[in-house]
Write a protein that binds this ligand. Structure first.
Ligand code: GLA
Length: 693
């Protein structure tokens, strides 16, 4: 049992394999937090402290550790819920009504039932405990049982209390072509806010928080929570005046208003959260394991070839067939036709919305290419951007009212396109039918769903920020029921939709349009803190790289991309014989190590050298890998010592290096470490190792 209760004291204890989370109901009916951290087995240990006011200027709510602070009364810190009732009352006063425990094969769930003291407005706090993964999922549902609309102005999915000051907060910043730039900042008095207001993008920040107490990869306290939401979110970290740090995350209340109609229930996005007492590695591995087992679909992800960087909009059947044949020669298993195949799509300013096959580019239809691809025994994938329409497209001429817009204003374009109002039923039906027809009429295995601009001019509906995203989730969920074998890639101008809301509904993330193998090391490293490797698409592309202008050897480019789900985005028709030979060998090797890369445990290894080595280990059962990169040799002949992790101390390991075989004990490899020296710029190596029986 992971949920324990002290009925007399109304205290609840949620235990995972190695952590505990405790809260209780006090004599006022407030749900008050008690503990989050290392495991404390016994619920009997916990007491509900009696609150005494610090002073008349420090009202009791300010020092009350509330699990779910609501707006109202003498509360001045961040609240999770702000609601207004039809009679103009703008505060919630809840009472505790009871609890329920639900047991499933996957988790145990505790539901705390609250209700407003005056209005029939129910608030249920949900805690799902995934004990084996050391994770929980918190969420909240609100239900309007009154006969009038209740306006929800703010709804964060939960508040967390960490009983320390001076913690480190980490997240990522970035923009197009530079997603997942990890940053760490000290939390001091006041608030740190990360958010997204664009409706469509997580380029700038990602919906999670990590708070640590000077943790390293392998030691120290780490508290984290990742929101299952692809749209507008906000996360607030607040170090209070009373010696603790609060963390909240949920739907962004910016330009938000949910009209909860009589009889309606709204479920706010969940927060996948946990505590690690042994640093970031445990946090990442717990999330990775959980995602592999319970979020991602089974099976290894295919090696992909995508023609975007090779042909851009200038696609045509014969050229794509040539690319497909070459891709097969190299070893790709999936051929993806990117943008440009439909409507009058010759550049960014037309075609979106007109999802018919362009006859001048594909005179014999799409199936000519598809059957060639299938004859090569490859899967076929195709690019779509279903939420968008170009002003010149027929669809827009026929349905000018289908976009987000203001009647008296010029409608905003970005990348030459408008956003379809996906909250309208007829637009949802159009998008669903378009994709259903595409998948029914053609033998398609993979959809790359793109979204290349933010939302704006959202009319009076202030809930579209949520319902637009929900419509995408619903459409893809429905499509998958009918076309269960189709894989969906979540792309939004690169990595603009990398989050736990979309993962599971979609199968892959397009991590970034930045395919520079060196830049990718940073992007991939930051990505790995929260998201599973199996969903991280990474391509090898041509040099000089279109974005960085950098020229990097093929081997380094492959190694960098082989750290995730390998793809190739080069113009392979221009490949030299040597390029083909390297590619064939790298793809062959990737297929061999794929189970370890995609489903193994992932370790960000420490670099002990003055030279900036990037060192990563993957481990699955008795097999493992080390990827080592040295982008630039700065300090003469300085090598590094690779101290491996997760090995069996007393077992012997055989390592296959470029300079031959090495045999060492796990104890040696983890403590002394493997001496490694790469030389020159953009040097890289891949070491495979096996544990001896
Ligand atoms: C976005 C995607 C790219 C590519 C183009 C096509 O930028 O991120 O991978 O699909 O659109 O227009």
């Amino acid at each position: 049992m992971s949920i324990a209760m002290n009925q007399k004291k109304d205290i609840f204890l949620l235990n995972t394999r190695s952590s505990s989370y405790a809260f209780g109901i006090d004599d006022q009916g407030l749900v008050r937090h008690l503990y989050w951290g290392e495991k404390i087995e016994s619920v009997e240990d916990f007491e509900m402290p009696v609150l005494t006011e610090v002073s008349t200027n420090d009202p009791v709510f300010e020092i009350t550790r509330e699990e779910f602070p609501v707006y109202g009364s003498l509360r001045y810190k961040e609240h999770c819920l702000k609601a207004a009732f039809a009679d103009g009352i703008r505060e919630v006063v809840y009472q505790y009504c009871g609890y329920e425990v639900i047991q499933t094969e996957m988790y145990e769930e505790l539901i705390i039932q609250l209700k407003d003291t005056c209005y029939d407005f129910a608030i249920n706090l949900h805690y799902k405990v995934y004990a084996d993964y050391d994770l929980m999922e918190r969420s909240v549902t609100v239900e309007n049982r009154t006969s009038e609309v209740i306006q929800i102005e703010k709804l964060h999915s939960g508040q967390f209390h960490i009983p320390y000051e001076g913690l480190n907060f980490s997240n990522v910043h970035g923009h197009w072509g530079a997603e997942q730039q990890r940053f760490v900042q000290k939390v001091s008095y006041g608030k740190i806010v990360i958010e997204n207001r664009r409706g469509i993008s997580t380029h700038n920040h990602n919906p999670y928080f990590i708070l640590d107490k000077d943790a390293t990869q392998t030691s120290g306290d780490v508290y984290f929570g990742a929101l299952k939401m692809s749209g507008n979110f906000s996360g607030v970290i607040e170090q209070t005046q009373y010696g603790e740090t609060l963390a909240q995350i949920g739907l962004n209340s910016h330009d938000f208003m949910l009209e909860l109609k009589p009889g309606e229930t709204f479920e706010a996005p969940g927060i996948l959260c946990g505590y690690s007492g042994s640093g970031f590695e445990t946090m990442s591995q717990n999330l990775h394991h959980f995602a592999l087992k319970h979020i991602l679909r089974e099976g290894f992800r295919p090696v992909l070839y995508n023609s975007w960087e090779a042909t851009e909009f200038k696609v045509n059947s014969q050229e794509q067939i040539k690319l497909a044949k070459k891709a097969k020669e190299i070893g790709a298993e999936l051929f993806v036709l990117d943008d440009g195949w439909f409507g009058e799509r010759h550049g960014i300013d037309n075609g979106l919305g007109d999802w018919y096959v362009n006859e001048s580019k594909f005179p014999n239809g799409l199936d000519e290419l598809i059957s060639e691809v299938k004859a090569l025994d490859m899967m076929f994938g195709i690019w779509v951007e279903p939420e968008m329409v170009n002003p010149k497209a027929q669809l827009y001429q026929e349905h000018p009212d289908w976009i987000y817009h203001f009647e008296t204003r010029t409608s905003d374009t970005s990348r030459g396109q408008y956003v379809l109002n996906l909250t309208k039923k007829e637009v949802q039906n159009f998008v669903y039918k378009m994709l259903d027809d595409l998948l029914t009429e053609h033998d398609i295995d993979y959809i790359k769903w793109d979204a290349n601009r933010p939302i704006s001019q959202t009319c009076l509906q202030k809930d579209i920020w949520y319902y637009h995203i929900k419509a995408i989730y619903d459409i893809v969920t429905e499509l998958k029921k009918k076309h269960p074998n189709v894989l969906f890639e979540a792309c939004a101008s690169g990595g603009g939709r990398t989050d736990y809301g979309i993962l599971g509904i979609f199968d892959d993330f397009w991590t970034s349009d930045n395919t520079d193998a060196y830049d990718r090391l940073y992007i991939q490293d930051a990505y790995s803190y929260i998201y599973p490797i199996k969903a991280m698409r990474a391509w090898v592309t041509d040099c000089p790289n279109f974005l960085s202008g950098r020229v990097i050897p093929m081997k380094f480019r492959y190694h960098s991309a082989m750290m995730g789900t390998l793809g190739i985005g080069c113009n392979i028709l221009k490949f030299t014989e040597e390029d083909v030979a390297i590619s064939k060998e790298m793809v062959r090797q990737y297929k061999e190590i794929r189970p370890i890369v995609q489903e193994g445990d992932f370790y960000r290894l420490e670099n002990s050298s003055a030279n900036q080595y990037f060192l990563y280990e993957y481990l699955k059962d008795d097999q493992g890998l080390i990827f080592a990169f040295l982008p630039q040799s700065k300090v003469g002949h300085r090598g590094t010592r690779v101290r491996m992790r997760g090995l069996e101390a007393d077992a012997m390991y055989t390592l296959l290096t470029e300079n031959g075989e090495i045999r060492k004990s796990g104890r040696y490899l983890m403590n002394h470490g493997l001496d490694l020296r790469l030389a020159g710029d953009y040097a890289s190596t891949l070491i495979q190792f096996t544990r001896e029986k």
